[in-house]
Unconditional design. Structure first.
Lengths: 257, 254
């Protein structure tokens, strides 16, 4: 009986948390469209998410492309299909690895930063200070961050796609001995605009997930430093899980023929 | 400088039968308080007696369970978001630990409302911020420093400069001298008296510092068990005719 009660309490808490998050997210979206707007704040977050995440995303994409070329070559050589390496690299990078790895990297970097900084603002009364200074924290803190995530992730992923494919090319040509012209031709022939487009749609969704989770956990931080630590961990863990789940859902939606 | 004038028939802050509880803990129970225009009231009380909660309720940062809070005659629980933020333009607040924005320089903190609410030109806003810093005894050299580089006393002064930057009609002070040495406490008390007088503002300070209360207040109220149990002039604190207040002033546990 006690177990059933606990499961019931957990279920209710879960539904409450999901509802609270949905209200939070809708409020943030509503504030995208109602003045006052803070373009400088938005620009600062675009720079923070996009420009400063570029090195880590680029490195991840480069090595993902490189290892993918190596692994697919080793697998395909068992049935003499080595020529498909370029095709596999370009499809895997544009459809899956580019958006997912970039999303996970940004979740680690930006999701954690947002949860920690907003959480610290909450526990040190800076959010209350904003309210007393006639500034809506949703408009000033939350909405610009989420909008920046939605707008910036696709650009990051586009760059990750290019670098990832380039990584595959480097290994294909320098290590596996493919003809560079043939490799590029195969890559070009396998490149579908739909794959790139879906990757960018995923990136936008991941941007919304990462930033809204970072903001949500930061905004509802309670307690002191310990609370900030918990919020940071939750933001990264939950957004990483949601990235993987939503990646499957979006893939099923676009490619399930 | 505006001459200090208390207008007794013009209530600025009115609490009527305000109650607030957290779970089974009743912090405020049918609490009544009226603060008149131009008056500087200090709310005394032990830690955990609900002083900060009262302040947060008056600022609209928390909702009352029952009762009414009016600011300039308007019921704040009925405010829409827009009315809430509009009303706050008349209010200044000094937080206990300053609550300065870490990511901004001192002058950007002081000029925050000027830049982001009044959309003032940054050069003019910086000039006003430096004037306000001068008003609280800080030099212009501090303007470009970051909050992390300041001492506790300096943070309070910057917080005070930010609170008065838009010349508010009402100023709230949350434990303004907590964590400061006696000399710095006295400096902050003097600044509060001067700023409130200069602006002709109505002020509410919450504290448990008796010396501070005597210096700042036109009127002192004592919060105990969720109610105002004593209301008098600073001079009356020496003979309050209330056992609890007498013990509080003398610092006697029981």
């Amino acid at each position: 009986m006690e177990i059933i009660r606990k499961i019931g309490v957990m279920g209710i808490n879960f539904i409450h948390a999901v509802w609270q998050f949905l209200v939070f997210f809708m409020r943030a979206i509503h504030n995208f469209f109602s003045p006052p707007f803070y373009p400088k704040v938005l620009l600062r977050h675009i720079l923070e998410i996009g420009f400063y995440s570029l090195p880590v995303v680029a490195l991840t994409a480069l090595f993902s492309g490189m290892v993918l070329a190596l692994q697919s070559y080793s697998g395909f050589s068992r049935f003499s299909a080595e020529g498909a390496v370029a095709t596999v690299v370009v499809i895997a990078i544009t459809r899956e690895l580019g958006p997912v790895f970039a999303g996970l990297m940004v979740a680690g970097r930006i999701g954690a930063t947002m949860a920690a900084s907003i959480g610290t603002m909450k526990v040190t009364e800076q959010i209350d200070a904003l309210k007393t200074l006639s500034t809506n924290p949703f408009k000033y803190i939350i909405s610009p961050r989420i909008l920046a995530g939605i707008l910036t992730l696709p650009f990051l992923v586009l760059i990750a796609d290019i670098i990832g494919i380039f990584g595959g090319f480097l290994v294909g040509v320098d290590v596996l001995g493919f003809n560079p012209y043939v490799y590029i031709k195969n890559t070009y022939n396998s490149l579908e605009m739909m794959d790139v487009f879906v990757g960018l749609v995923k990136a936008s969704a991941f941007g919304a997930i990462i930033t809204s989770m970072g903001c949500y956990y930061g905004y509802y931080t309670e307690g002191g430093a310990d609370g900030v630590g918990k919020s940071t961990t939750n933001a990264v863990v939950i957004s990483s899980i949601l990235i993987l789940i939503s990646n499957y859902v979006l893939t099923a939606l676009f490619f399930n023929k | 400088m505006v001459e200090k004038k208390i207008i007794k028939n013009e209530p600025v802050i009115e609490l009527k039968k305000v109650s607030k509880a957290f779970g089974s803990k009743h912090v405020l129970s049918d609490c009544d308080l009226t603060i008149y225009k131009g008056e500087s009231v200090v709310m005394l009380g032990q830690s955990g007696m609900g002083k900060s909660v009262s302040l947060r309720l008056m600022l609209g940062l928390m909702d009352v369970d029952s009762g009414s809070i009016k600011i300039n005659g308007a019921e704040i629980s009925n405010f829409t978001d827009e009315q809430f933020y509009k009303n706050n333009k008349k209010i200044g607040m000094l937080f206990q630990n300053g609550a300065l924005f870490d990511s901004m320089s001192v002058w950007e903190n002081v000029a925050f409302a000027l830049l982001n609410v009044e959309k003032m030109n940054p050069e003019i806003a910086k000039k006003i911020a430096i004037e306000k810093l001068d008003d609280v005894g800080l030099s212009s050299k501090v303007a470009d420093m970051m909050p992390a580089e300041l001492s506790g006393g300096m943070k309070k002064r910057v917080g005070l400069a930010r609170a008065i930057a838009t010349n508010p009609e009402i100023i709230f002070f949350d434990e303004p001298t907590t964590g400061l040495d006696p000399i710095m406490s006295d400096v902050i008390n003097d600044l509060i008296v001067r700023c409130v007088k200069q602006l002709g503002a109505t002020a509410l300070t919450i504290t448990h510092d008796i010396a501070s209360a005597k210096k700042i207040a036109d009127r002192i109220v004592m919060l105990y068990n969720g109610k105002i149990i004593w209301d008098g002039k600073p001079a009356d604190l020496s003979h309050p005719n209330n056992e609890y207040v007498e013990r509080f002033v003398k610092g006697i546990a029981s």
